[in-house]
Design a protein around this ligand. Structure first.
Ligand code: NAP
Length: 348
């Protein structure tokens, strides 16, 4: 059985969920034809740890936040990211640090160090994909490795891979999506009579919304995802700043009530479409959808993406857009893609 050595960059919700799956469910990976061994972890809180024979995941997962890898063999208190990524014996670097929507750093540097040292990169981090995707894809190709990022849009729900693998032979003219669970949950609760602030507070109480909900409500989270989809699926070359963005912060309960009376539902829609002149136009804006629209029935924190195709018309996928285990699954699907790439190279 093939063994892939992983380096986990960031040891928060998503990478811990992946580590738990590796610890608890080796048969899941064995059924895919490989086993996963974590040989390096680096995190701001814990520091860095490299053990080429494989880290005892049960032991590190049991360490409380606030403790450090310093006392473990191969451990240090400071996160030595560059040295670790370049020199550790990993085949695949799993980037799951925080999303920086303005610079993409430090994740862009993490990905570059890995790709330049011949390591595959899988990531759930929107920042490097939205801001530097083309360059990182080229760097991966130049080094004969993969750069995979299914989790950057809609978590583990496989919208990008589905478009590439299942919609072959179709012309894709646009994508429209509900790509932020928090704003969709909030709009749904406003339909039941809650004001915007009350609905946001409820979403925070349920763990859907961040303490600072600005990125969710103001549309900047969806903007990053629309830029990724426009570039990935419609061949555009745009940056997040090119996406015309309006959030739901100015939608009032009166707007929602009036729309309901007309049989319509407000949704925050991220869209990328090819205009007649070939240009790709991208936007994020609240829209009143009629019941026939493929996204009108998407309620709660669920996400959905509708592909407009020439021969099939709209094809719509809905599923989770967040969650630590759901997003860890995106990493697994990326690792499967790396495995296929490696095995195709071996058999060629
Ligand atoms: N959770 C989801 O539902 C979801 C869905 C889709 C995409 N994503 C994306 O996936 C990524 C990980 O999400 P998450 O929920 O696991 O976030 P998280 O719980 O905040 O974990 C991120 C971890 O990275 C660490 N970190 C930050 N900067 C670092 C650095 N320079 N070097 C090493 N470690 C660093 C953080 O340490 P500190 O805590 O000490 O800062 C934290 O432990 C994010 O980019 C997120 O946007 C998440």
């Amino acid at each position: 059985m093939t063994t892939y050595n992983l380096a986990l960059i960031g040891f928060g919700g998503v990478n811990r969920a992946l580590a738990e799956l590796i610890r608890d469910e080796p048969e899941r990976f064995a059924s895919l034809g490989f086993e996963l061994r974590v040989v390096a972890i680096t995190d701001l809180a814990f520091g860095s740890l490299v053990q080429s024979e494989g880290i005892d995941l049960a032991a590190v997962l049991a360490m409380p936040r606030g403790s450090s890898f310093e006392k473990l063999p191969g451990g240090s208190v400071v996160p030595r990211n560059e040295e670790l990524i370049k020199n550790c014996p990993a085949d695949i670097v799993v980037e799951a640090t925080f999303t920086n929507p303005l610079t993409g750093e430090p994740a862009i540097s993490h990905a570059k160090w890995a790709l330049e040292s011949g390591k595959h990169v899988v990531t759930t981090n929107k920042g490097p994909v939205a801001l530097c995707g083309q360059e990182l894809r080229s760097l991966a190709a130049a080094n004969g490795v993969c750069f995979e990022y299914e989790g950057a849009v809609m978590s583990g729900t496989p919208v990008m891979r589905m478009a590439h693998r299942m919609l072959g032979g179709l012309e894709l003219t646009s994508v429209q999506g509900i790509l932020n669970g928090t704003s969709n949950y909030v709009l749904g609760r406003m339909e039941t009579g809650l004001g915007l602030d009350q609905a946001i507070a409820e979403a925070q109480g349920l763990g859907y919304a961040e303490a600072d909900p600005t990125a969710d409500i103001g549309g900047s989270d969806v903007r990053l995802k629309v830029a990724i989809l426009a570039n990935e699926l419609l061949g555009a070359n745009i940056r997040p700043g090119d996406v015309d963005t309006t959030g739901i912060q100015d939608i009032t309960i009166d707007d929602v009530t009036r729309a309901r009376a007309e049989g319509l539902r407000w949704k925050l829609v991220g869209e990328a479409r090819r205009a007649d002149d070939g240009q790709v136009l991208a936007s994020v804006r609240p829209m009143k959808l009629s019941p026939e629209h493929p996204l009108a029935g998407i309620s709660g924190a669920t996400n959905a993406l509708s592909f407009t195709t020439d021969l099939l018309g709209p094809v719509t996928v809905s599923g989770p857009g967040a969650g630590r285990v759901e997003t860890a699954y995106a990493l697994i699907s990326d690792i499967i893609a790396v495995d296929e790439f490696i095995k195709a190279g071996v058999s060629a």
